[in-house]
Design a binder for this molecule. Structure first.
Ligand code: PLP
Length: 393
C-alpha cells in the first residue's frame, strides 16, 4: 500500500526540511545509501577486471543493477548504458552520430539547456537546427514538429516533460512522426522516468536520456542512455573496458554496453541506482504519479488563487509548479521560503532560458514534488506564499 507518511522514514532529511525540489534531484532512500555502503564496506573492487572474488562480486552487483534498470525502463540489458547524468547521455548522442554540413536537427523551445546546447554546438559543423515553439503553457504540438522536419533532418530531440512548465510532450507520437520521415528521435526523460509509466519499447525512440538521481531515486552522478540500436552511435570515450582486442595498429571494440563505458565507472552509484529502481518499483509507479500530480495540481490551483501570484504551465501538469509573486524576484521568494519555513524550492531560469523567455519573465520559483511529499507541505507552501504576497508586495 502506497503510504507517503510511511515512506518518509526512509528519508531522514525530510524530518527537518520541506523539500520541494525533486525536479532538480530527489532525496535518496536509506536502502540506496545502504547498498552503496555495502559495496564500500563488504566487497569493493573494480568492475569487470579481475578474477578474484571481490572483483567478481562487484561485477555481479553492477550488472544486476543494469538488469534492474533495463527492466524498469522496459528495455534490454545490452542497450542500457550507464552515464553520469542526463546531460552526458544527450552529449554522447550528439558526439556519437556522424554529422555532415546541411544535416538538420529539430528540437523545441521548452528544452533544458542539456537538450539544446549539444545541438546548437553542431552549427559549428554546418548542421542546421530548428527550434519549434510551444503554446504559452509549454506544450509542443506534434504537428509543428512534423512541419519542421525536412529531407535533411537527421534527429528530432524532445523533452518528455518540461522542467519549467511541467507540461507533457507526446513523445510517442513525435517519435512516430520522426520515423515516418526516416529520421531518428531522442527523448529527454529527465522529468518523466520514475514519475509516470515509461516504456522505451512502447515509445520506440532511438535514444532515451534518463537521470539516475531523479525519479529513479539513485545517487547523484548516475544516469542512463538507452540505445534502441547499439550500433547507431560511436562511443564518445575509448580506453579500458571498451575493447575486445588491441594491436599497435588498431582495435576491435567490445559489444555494447561495455564499448560505451570507458574506464572505471561510478560503481557504488550504479549499485545504488539498482536499489533505487527496486525501491520505486515497490512503491508502484501508478501510485507515485497519482500522488505527485495530485499535490502539484492542488498547489498550482491554490497558489493561483492568491492575489499577486502568477502560476504557469498547464492544468494537467506533471509534478512541477512554476510561479511568481508579482513584484518580487524569484530568488528572494525562495530565500524567504527557506529562511522562514525551511521550504526548499528552486528559483531562476532552471537551465532553460528559452522557456523562461517564452513566459516573458526573469525567472520563476519552482516547487516540485516527489513520492515522499505530503499534503501538509502543500498547505505550508501555499500559506507562506500567501503571507509573502500580502505582506511584502
Ligand atoms: N533535461 C531536463 C528536462 C531536466 O529537467 C534536467 C535537469 O533538471 C536535465 C535535462 C539535466 O539533467 P542532469 O542533471 O541529470 O544532467
Amino acid at each position: 500500500m502506497f503510504d507517503p507518511v510511511d515512506i518518509r522514514k526512509d528519508f531522514p532529511v525530510l524530518g527537518k526540511y520541506v523539500y520541494l525540489d525533486s525536479a532538480a534531484t530527489t532525496q535518496t532512500p536509506r536502502q540506496v545509501v545502504e547498498a552503496m555502503c555495502d559495496y564500500f564496506y563488504k566487497y569493493a573492487a573494480n568492475h569487470g577486471r579481475g578474477a578474484h572474488r571481490l572483483a567478481r562480486e562487484t561485477t555481479n552487483h553492477y550488472e544486476d543493477a543494469r538488469e534492474a534498470v533495463a527492466e524498469f525502463l522496459g528495455g534490454d540489458y545490452e542497450h542500457t548504458i550507464f552515464t553520469r547524468n542526463t546531460t552526458e547521455s544527450i552529449n554522447m548522442v550528439a558526439l556519437g552520430l556522424d554529422w555532415e554540413a546541411g544535416d538538420h536537427v529539430v528540437t523545441t523551445h521548452v528544452e533544458h539547456h542539456s537538450n539544446l546546447l549539444p545541438w546548437l554546438r553542431l552549427k559549428e559543423k554546418g548542421v542546421e537546427v530548428t527550434v519549434v515553439t510551444s503554446d504559452p503553457r509549454g506544450t509542443v504540438d506534434p504537428c509543428d514538429i512534423d512541419r519542421a522536419i525536412t529531407d535533411r533532418t537527421k534527429l528530432v530531440a524532445v523533452t518528455h516533460v518540461s522542467n519549467v512548465f511541467g507540461s507533457h510532450m507526446d513523445v510517442k507520437e513525435i517519435t512516430r512522426i520522426a520515423h515516418r520521415h526516416g529520421c531518428m528521435s531522442l527523448v529527454d526523460a529527465a522529468q518523466s522516468v520514475g514519475h509516470m509509466p515509461f516504456d522505451v519499447a512502447d515509445i520506440d525512440s532511438d535514444f532515451v536520456a534518463v537521470p539516475g538521481h531523479k525519479g529513479m531515486m539513485g545517487p547523484q552522478g548516475t544516469g542512463v542512455l538507452y540505445l534502441k540500436d547499439t550500433d547507431s552511435i560511436r562511443p564518445t570515450y575509448l580506453g579500458g573496458g571498451t575493447v575486445y582486442a588491441v594491436t599497435e595498429d588498431g582495435y576491435k571494440l567490445e559489444n555494447a554496453p561495455g564499448r560505451f563505458e570507458a574506464g572505471t565507472p561510478n560503481i557504488p552509484g550504479v549499485i545504488g541506482l539498482g536499489k533505487g529502481v527496486e525501491y520505486v518499483k515497490a512503491l508502484g509507479i501508478g501510485d507515485i504519479q497519482q500522488h505527485e500530480e495530485h499535490l502539484a495540481r492542488d498547489a498550482a490551483r491554490r497558489l493561483s488563487e492568491i492575489d499577486r501570484v502568477e502560476v504557469y504551465g498547464p492544468s494537467d501538469r506533471a509534478a512541477v509548479v512554476p510561479f511568481n509573486v508579482i513584484g518580487l524576484n524569484p530568488h528572494d521568494v525562495a530565500m524567504i521560503l527557506d529562511e522562514t519555513r525551511k521550504i526548499c524550492v528552486r528559483s531562476g531560469h532552471h537551465c532553460a532560458i528559452p522557456s523562461i523567455n517564452l513566459l516573458k519573465v526573469e525567472g520563476t520559483v519552482r516547487a516540485s514534488f516527489g513520492a515522499y511529499n505530503l499534503p501538509r507541505e502543500v498547505d505550508l507552501l501555499v500559506d507562506t506564499v500567501e503571507q509573502i504576497a500580502t505582506t511584502l508586495t
